[in-house]
Design a protein around this ligand. Structure first.
Ligand SMILES: [Zn+2]
Length: 117
């Protein structure tokens, strides 16, 4: 009888952990979906800007490639990435763009809660 009560407690505990893991998984899926949506929107916007520049201003692909290379090299490394200077939130420790006055994750005020790297 005691053994059965003990086992039922353990089963309930395991169910609780499984539910928490499922909830966490849903959160990650939701964040990934949002990231994909933003990336698609960014790609669409970039294509529209490029087509306007090409059609209206006559900018060539070679000029675009040169500008991409120039910006890429602005941090001293040709690595296909743009380095954005960031702050780290002292409250939640996440990285934020320096242009944010408040932490977009936890809402900490930039003046009080965000330290410079
Ligand atoms: Zn924060």
């Amino acid at each position: 009888m005691l053994w059965e009560i003990y086992q039922q407690g353990r089963i309930a505990e395991a169910r609780g952990r499984a539910d928490a893991a499922a909830e966490q998984s849903r959160g990650v899926k939701s964040a990934l979906h949002e990231l994909e949506r933003r990336t698609d929107r960014l790609a669409l916007t970039t294509m529209a800007i490029w087509q306007l520049m090409s059609e209206k201003l006559g900018v060539t692909e070679a000029q675009l490639e040169d500008k991409i290379r120039e910006i890429d090299l602005s941090d001293g490394k040709l690595d296909g990435r743009v380095r954005v200077e960031t702050n780290t939130c002292a409250s939640c420790n996440r990285k934020l763009s320096k242009r944010h006055t408040k932490c977009m994750y936890c809402g900490a005020d930039a003046g009080r809660g965000i330290k410079h790297l």
